[in-house]
Design a protein around this ligand. Structure first.
Ligand code: SF4
Ligand code: SF4
Ligand code: SF4
Length: 328
């Protein structure tokens, strides 16, 4: 066997605007982590090993074989490291819903930096901030100048920042999805560049409930339903994003009688996950005669969805066709 063939894979992991769940998901592969360690060296993983940005800066270009990057991009530092890791990695994988489609941090695109800072540092009832201090990129102290990375107005996906080779969606990706990706890498069976590593089917295709095309008259939240019946949640009036979401998770939320909230991202060939779900919902709501409805009746229908952006774009606002609120 040639020296090249026996060389261990060189891996890196990084988190940007992330909750840390994707990092834990890597550990959730349990004892299989030992197989990964047998096959690979981990060159950079800030959450688990003591490596510094300088170590990455000192690497040769493409020295990292695969970089798993989780989290969206909302600060100058995250953008800088995304660009650095892109340069140092042969393959860059957007790992988890935040890196792939912006994720839950991407919901901040309904606000701007000032509004986010006002809520986080000024208006929060649990705060004690009498001097109204908010983070600044530069602060002079007697010892010198302290700096912080700039916080952007808009949250971006990884591929709105750098070129991405593969996508592994999920919030977080499941251990099976991670091992499928690792297997494809190790066996050199990666799909074409730009692919989502996952099935082409939707969550509905993996769901234990059958859809019967039954129309509904009203929308309910899970807590408003006395008893969840053993049938499609959408047909019980509960918004379930299964029809608009890529499968691969074995419809795990449905196994717990909870609706899919869409973390797998849009189904293949879908331009906008939220728009697709709104269209699916409109067809099941039986509003064919909407042109005959009064404005009041339409508004009553719309008002049933308590949080439209958080419902239809929970994980994908930055990658949606309309990806932020314009604030003047
Ligand atoms: S995809 Fe989910 S688990 Fe991963 S960092 Fe984002 S919020 Fe956390
Ligand atoms: S809409 Fe939800 S509950 Fe109904 S089949 Fe699809 S995934 Fe299952
Ligand atoms: S059912 Fe939906 S929300 Fe739940 S894990 Fe699967 S894709 Fe994510």
């Amino acid at each position: 066997m040639s020296k090249e063939k026996t060389k261990k894979l060189q891996l890196a992991f990084y988190w940007a605007a992330s909750c840390g769940g994707c990092e834990i998901a890597v550990l959730d592969i349990d004892e299989k982590i030992l197989d990964v360690i047998n096959l690979a060296d981990i060159l950079f993983w800030p959450v688990a090993i003591d490596t510094k940005y300088k170590d990455v800066e000192n690497m040769k270009d493409n020295q990292i074989d695969i970089c798993f990057f989780n989290g969206s991009i909302r600060t100058e530092e995250q953008e800088h490291i995304a660009k650095l890791l892109r340069k140092k990695s042969k393959y860059l994988i957007a790992f988890g819903a935040c890196a792939v489609n912006g994720g839950i941090p991407g919901l901040a695109n309904i606000a701007n930096k000032k509004q986010v800072f006002d809520v986080a540092y000024l208006d929060n009832p649990s705060l004690d901030n009498p001097k109204k201090i908010v983070p600044k990129t530069s602060t002079k102290v007697k010892e010198g100048t302290l700096t912080l990375p700039d916080f952007y107005d808009t949250v971006k996906t990884l591929d709105q920042t750098v070129d991405v080779d593969y996508y592994l969606p999920g919030c977080p990706p499941t251990p099976d999805q991670i091992m499928t990706a690792v297997g494809a890498i190790v066996e050199n069976k990666l799909p074409p560049k730009g692919s989502v590593i996952g099935p082409l089917k939707s969550v509905c295709d993996e769901c234990r409930f059958e859809k019967t095309e039954k129309k509904i008259k009203e929308i309910k939240r899970v807590y408003e339903v006395d008893k969840i019946e053993d049938k499609c949640l959408l047909e019980q009036g509960i918004i379930c994003l299964g029809p608009a979401t890529r499968g691969g998770c074995d419809a795990r939320c449905l196994d717990a009688n909870m609706p899919c909230t869409g973390c797998g991202g849009p189904t293949p060939n879908s331009l906008d996950q939220g728009a697709k779900m709104i269209s699916a919902l409109a067809s099941i709501l039986g509003i064919e005669g909407e042109e005959k409805m009064s404005d009041k009746e339409v508004q009553k229908l719309i008002d049933q969805v308590v949080d439209p952006v958080g419902t239809f774009y929970k994980y994908c606002l930055p990658s949606a066709l309309i990806n932020r609120k314009v604030i003047k």
